[in-house]
Design a protein around this ligand. Structure first.
Ligand SMILES: [Zn+2]
Length: 89
C-alpha cells in the first residue's frame, strides 16, 4: 500500500523540483522595437497644391516637373496648375 504513496510523493517532489528549477520565463517581450513600419505607398497622403486637399498618393494625378513631383486630386486641378504656370511664364 505504501508504494502508491511513495510514487505519489515522488511525483509531487518532481513537480516541485520542476517548478523550482524551470527556467524563469522572461516576462519582457523580446520583440525588438522596429519603430514605425514604412507606410505602404497608398497610405501616403499628398497635398493638392491647387485645392489643398489631401489625396492618397496612388490615386493622385501626378505631374512631374523636373525634380519636383506634384500630386493633384483630379485632372482638372492638374490642368489648372499647368494653365497657371503657363500664365506666369
Ligand atoms: Zn484638387
Amino acid at each position: 500500500m505504501g508504494l502508491i504513496r511513495i510514487v505519489f510523493f515522488i511525483g509531487l517532489l518532481y513537480i516541485l523540483y520542476r517548478l523550482v528549477t524551470s527556467p524563469r520565463k522572461i516576462s519582457k517581450t523580446d520583440q525588438p522595437d522596429i519603430g514605425r513600419p514604412n507606410l505602404p505607398p497608398q497610405d501616403i497622403l499628398v497635398e493638392d497644391p491647387i485645392c489643398h486637399t489631401y489625396i492618397p498618393k496612388q490615386q493622385a494625378f501626378v505631374l512631374e516637373q523636373g525634380e519636383k513631383i506634384l500630386y493633384f486630386c483630379s485632372k482638372a486641378c492638374r490642368d489648372t496648375f499647368i494653365a497657371k504656370q503657363g500664365a506666369e511664364r
